[in-house]
Design a protein around this ligand. Sequence first.
Ligand SMILES: [Zn+2]
Length: 330
Amino acid sequence: MKACVLALLVLFTGSVGAFAQSGGAAPHVATAKKAAGQDHLALFNNICSPPPKPQPQQAAQGGGQPQADPPREKWYAPPVKVFDNLYYVGMTEYSAWAVTTSAGIIVIDPLYEYSVEEEVVNGLTKLGMDPKQIRYVVVSHAHRDHVGGAALLQERFGARVVMSAADWDWLASDPGRWPKAKRDVVATDGYKLTLGDATLTLHLTPGHTPGTISTVIPLRDGANRHTAILWGGTGFNWRSGSPRYIQPNTPATYWYANYEKSARKMRDVAKQVGADVVLSNHPQYDQSTRKLALMPKRTAGQPHPYVIGRESVDRFLTVAEECATAGPLW
Ligand SMILES: [Zn+2]
């Protein structure tokens, strides 16, 4: 009897010790870390860290105070051909992608209002394309660094702007004083956007914002065909404590749960479509910072730096899922 109690006591204290050490997040962080390997460490480092202490003064961020635009030398990146039908037209820290089709161009994430002209409009021109051919602008989510440039493309070229209903609302309620695109095409879950010979599939993956879109993009590299998943939103923005996110009916756990569910869903989608390329709208997460520099040096027959294989795509999305699971458990 005595031994039994002792054993129970040891068991009990042992498990309490392990629990206190892990805080509940540890097993998920460990799974995420393993999934990250070397190739997805930037994603892991961004979202698998303990949440900072809430900073009430940050709550006003995103408000109406206009700030001077940063100078070009702080953000300019040259345009790069990545696949036969995909081009990078983004900045040093914010990605914009152009998908070319037989009936015009689809731009994904048109950057800030101050950089869209230089990167997207002039970038396409430098690549030998006509920006007047921009027919659609898909916006992954209604944050200024990705939607700020949409109004210019809408007004100047008559491009149709595509966003989820939730993020059209999010845009409408944003207090920032930058130009906003007019509400246009509303993408629902699984929305097929067809232009000429290309069809993109838009999946609603709420988490980063209420209506974040992650996109499946068919790619061509000579005779080879590939499929990309563009993960539409990465950071855990609600950790700032911003009232845009944190409300009585939408506490942090609500956002973590949505994010986790969305990542799991995209893992399934990635498997179904056989995605072997992962793209982001920030160049550190898909290693564009390193890979874009490799593209002009690539010779025929060399492996494509962006083709990472299905297993690696799944590991990327596993990091997203497990870090979101860990989030409320720290
Ligand atoms: Zn964002």
